[in-house]
Design a protein around this ligand. Structure first.
Ligand SMILES: [Zn+2]
Length: 85
């Protein structure tokens, strides 16, 4: 006759184990994911893409500038004018 088993699944990689302890060990063995963000003076956060060149779109310097720029078009226009003068 069929029987019932309880499987314990790692919430990160979905691997099933026969005991809760094994699943906890698997969960804890996964690396923490880190992200770098540029945070501007107004609190705007822009994610830094580590695969982009430093000065290119998505890179560190771009993100630092973008974080200080407003998302409001009219304010942004003034900021760009200030920056280029
Ligand atoms: Zn896992």
């Amino acid at each position: 006759m069929a029987h019932i088993e309880t499987w314990y699944r790692c919430p990160v990689c979905n691997q099933a184990y026969g005991s809760q302890g094994e699943a906890i060990d698997c969960r804890n063995a996964h690396l923490i994911v880190s992200e770098r963000w540029a945070v501007g003076k107004g609190g705007k956060a822009v994610r830094i893409n580590d695969n982009c060149s430093i000065n290119g779109y998505g890179g560190i310097n771009w993100a630092l500038k973008e974080a200080d720029m407003s998302d409001l078009v009219e304010v942004r226009k003034l900021q760009l004018k200030e920056r280029n003068s």
